[in-house]
Write a protein that binds this ligand. Sequence first.
Ligand SMILES: [Zn+2]
Length: 346
Amino acid sequence: MIKMDPHRIELSREIIIGNEAYKKLPEILEKLKLKGPALIVCDPTTFEVAGREVGQILEKDGFAVDKVLCSDVTEKELERVRSRADNFKFVLGVGGGRIIDTAKYVGTEESVPYISVPTAPSHDGIASSRATINKEDRRYSYEADAPTAIVADLGIIGDAPMELISAGCGDLLSNITSVEDWKLGQRDNGEYYSDYAAALSVLAAEIIISSSDMIKNREERGIRNLVKALISAGIAMSIAGSSRPCSGADHQFSHVLDYIAEEPGNHGHQCAMGALLSAELRDMDYSGIRETMEKLDIPTRINQTSFSKDEAFRAWEEAKNIRDRYTVLDVKDFDTESLFKRAGII
Ligand SMILES: [Zn+2]
């Protein structure tokens, strides 16, 4: 007899990908029966890149639109944006990871739908229900609603700085080691594990490996594969009901770096370096991860990063304490310096 507890999977209702995808917004809003007023969350750069145009498209369609510019996902900043969100019927996050996370938080807290409008493919948060929030110098994973709609304009995303494009790739590459950590959780602690979510998450990483040349050259097919892989990773997390398929020791390493390093790197690059360490520690073949990182100029060596060797050592050593998540760090002993050497990082 099957004894699985009821398991909820929340997905986005509308996903639009393509050139000038914004122009479809009125149609999508009509389908979703969303009436204004709308609040656009963006930063000064993403307002110029896309926010203004999104606002104009909505206004032309008869929506009352207001915008709020924000800079970071600190508690104070989130509360400021949230206080503005009163009276709005839906929120659009137009920007990179931080902006999307802010819109996600505000939409969830205010119980209004939010629409994810990424301007860069920098991490898998564009489709996921998880937001990373800074509170008192620590980063927290916040369980939010999934975006009601995702509108990914490939023209704008494909013009994003290469560093943000490769960051999204790095975030996805680490899915390979995250899934291995998840398997350990199931094996040793009987954690819920979904074959389907795990396979989808690994597939997203594999498509990055096989599309890396096209991504490097900003070819339409490459950028499309990247955006779809990021969305698939979000869906994998929705199916899993947690960030397990896309976050393991690789991500813990990045989270610790974010708060101990004087000058941390971006999320995806750090997670990919964490994946090298995690893969080396478990003796798996990770040549595909490394070659893709090298091809896309994702740092594989400390001297290519903004943080120091000491900070990286400390981040790896403290990674297992950052949150209650069972990973290879709980299973295998290591000598940090020798592991970094074997992984080719120093
Ligand atoms: Zn990530």
